[in-house]
Ligand binder design. Sequence first.
Ligand code: F3S
Length: 387
Amino acid sequence: MFLDKDDEGILAGEQGQTRQQMLELLVALGKVFGAERLVPIRSAQVSGASYKTIGEYGLQWLNSLDAKAVVPAVLNPIGMPRERWQEMGVNEDFAQKQRAVVAAYERLGISLECTCTPYYLRETHFGDHLAWSESSAVSYANSVIGARTNREGGPGALAAALVGKTPCYGLHLEQNRKPQVIVRVQADTRNWSIADYGALGYYAGKLVGNRIPFFSGINPDKDQLKGLGAAMAATGAVALYHVEGVTPEAVKTPFDLTGLDTVVVESAEIRKLFKEIPVEAVAVGCPHCSPAELEEIARLLKGKLVTMPFYVFAAQGVIDKNQRTVDSIEKSGARVFADTCMVVSPVMEQYESIMVNSGKALAYVPDMCAAVARIGTIEECIRVGTE
Ligand code: F3S
């Protein structure tokens, strides 16, 4: 694997033991995956931020490190809102441990934005090389923006943040970004919502596994693409997909689709996922809400009061820039929380059934929160949450 003079210096310990170890980790990863070189990255997004997922051992490891990030880097959602954790019902013991994890990352120079939608906070461009780790963020970066990132593990993304480079293999290379299976959607998708696209992703992820799908027959907007990709990354292992005439690489590149398998998805298969079961709480914002989604929720909740716990999740930076919209949502009794989500917060474990508008949450809530999950459109979520 080619290493430049700076890399050789880091490996010789010239920039401290932590950076040396981090580069050793990246080189080892690169060798496993056949990378010929490292590539400089524009940003990193580091998972393993919730105390619920990394635990005491992970915290100790973080505390043993001593270096600062050299590229902009954010965290994945943590187990609680940094400011409003008491209001969300997080207990003091968990909060103390979560604060220790956050402090450890802050010491390493990672920005304390805790979100799976870092693309709303910092512009990310077509062709940028990144080291992001949360699966929906990876899918959005690759597919909707046309940036290039593998799905990094937490340590790999942290190492990339501290070194500023990542091994150049997998989705960093043009030749590995071509479609591998065609998904033909046979449905009238003109009035489809984010939830419909989430349900499509939930269903399609199981069919395509880890292949790169090329969709035809759909025309999603960016929020709908976000929901589609998040769900496919949850039920499959899809880190990149293309949509005919919509996603940037599908528009720029005339892909040769000859000889690829085709799977057909019909609307009846998607509708079957929308089951009307009673729920104890509603949680939306998986992935974290865009400004447009917050506006839509505020509009639909106007003049209504929620009758069950109603959670909305978004990045702190998005909340700050849309405070009036957030205030309007909260007038209904719903709560808009930053930094966390319905899957990584232990608070959600108190419910036996949760309604969501996300295919990814539909896949994860049963395992991560031990609750039954129901998917519905945002209109249905608000009707159920206010009736
Ligand atoms: Fe984001 Fe949590 Fe969903 S990390 S994609 S809101 S499960």
